[in-house]
Design a protein. Structure first.
Ligand code: NDP
Ligand code: 8X3
Length: 257
């Protein structure tokens, strides 16, 4: 499958994995709808990509938690941009690391609303378009936290287990419409993720990646590109990707004895 002149909608393109996906797809000639809440970053990325690649970009600023705003933003696209071939459901976050007895319920709401309901809010209208056009490919960014549960990761892990379940559900429901659904589940990737999780506490965030080489956002974007460029009859259902130094959510070789 070639990506030239296709249209991809990427959520959470202002940073990390989503931004790297935008850069990799742009290099293949794919036109992009880049979305997120930080409008200045979207504009900057859109301009940079159209300067360096012969593609068109469209920026849509919305919060995936807000169903009405999400549907309005996607509905505001003109008919040419509505024909989305590829949806990358990437926007997501963890907030806090706390026991089930003392976690912050507001953090729980934000994680579930973003990581689970956000995917639903975006996928409903986009999958309807894909059904009407008779093709499409949805790539959901899950996590190793969707396969394992680690201490104090309770709600984030639950949200990513839900992404894994939703990916299976989407694949079943969209099967008859010829729409591919793939799940990509990374281990630690060095992005703004840890800083967001620890609410701007850089020192704590840096501990997450201390003493080993985590994945880079580009490693995930390259994987997404591989998934998107398989022949029409091939779907990559589910991919787990870890740094070489990470065996699972708790066992990391940090070079210490
Ligand atoms: P970043 O924090 O670097 O990027 C997160 C992106 O999500 C940003 O572009 C942010 O945009 C967007 N986003 C967050 N909340 C919302 C919202 N309510 N509405 C719209 N957009 C939102 O982290 P990553 O790139 O690492 O994270 C991307 C995905 O990868 C997430 O789903 C995460 O769970 C997953 N993941 C990350 C791993 C890691 O170790 N980094 C490992 C496994 C999975 P903005 O703030 O502008 O709205
Ligand atoms: C992010 C990876 O291990 O911090 O999904 O949950 S982890």
């Amino acid at each position: 499958m070639k990506l030239k002149n296709k249209i991809a909608l990427i959520t959470g393109a202002t940073s990390g994995i989503g931004k790297a996906c935008a850069e990799f797809l742009a290099a293949e000639g794919c036109n992009l709808i880049i979305t997120g809440r930080r409008g200045d970053r979207l504009e900057e990325l859109g301009q940079a990509l159209t300067l360096t690649h012969p593609i068109k970009t469209k920026t849509l600023r919305f919060d995936v938690r807000d169903r009405e705003a999400t549907h309005a933003a996607i509905g505001s696209l003109d008919s040419a941009w509505q024909q989305v071939d590829i949806l990358i459901n990437n926007a997501g976050l963890a907030l806090g690391l706390a026991g089930i007895h003392d976690g912050d319920p507001e953090d729980w709401d934000t994680m579930m609303d973003t990581n689970v309901k956000g995917i639903l809010n975006v996928t409903r209208p986009v999958s309807q378009t894909m059904i009407n056009q008779g093709h499409g490919h949805i790539v959901n960014i899950g996590s190793v936290a969707g396969r394992e549960v680690y201490p104090k990761g309770n709600v984030y892990c639950a949200s990513k287990h839900a992404v894994a379940a939703l990916s299976k559900g989407m694949r079943i429901d969209l099967l008859q419409h010829g729409i591919k659904v793939s799940l990509v589940s990374p281990g630690h990737v060095n992005t703004e993720f840890a800083e967001v999780r620890f609410k701007g506490d850089r020192e704590t965030a840096q501990q997450v990646y201390k003493g080993f080489q985590p994945l880079r956002p580009e490693d995930i974007a390259e994987t997404v590109l591989f998934i998107l460029t398989r022949p029409a009859h091939v779907n990559i259902d589910d991919m787990l990707i870890m740094a070489t130094s990470q065996a699972n959510t708790y066992l990391i070789n940090r070079g210490e004895d």
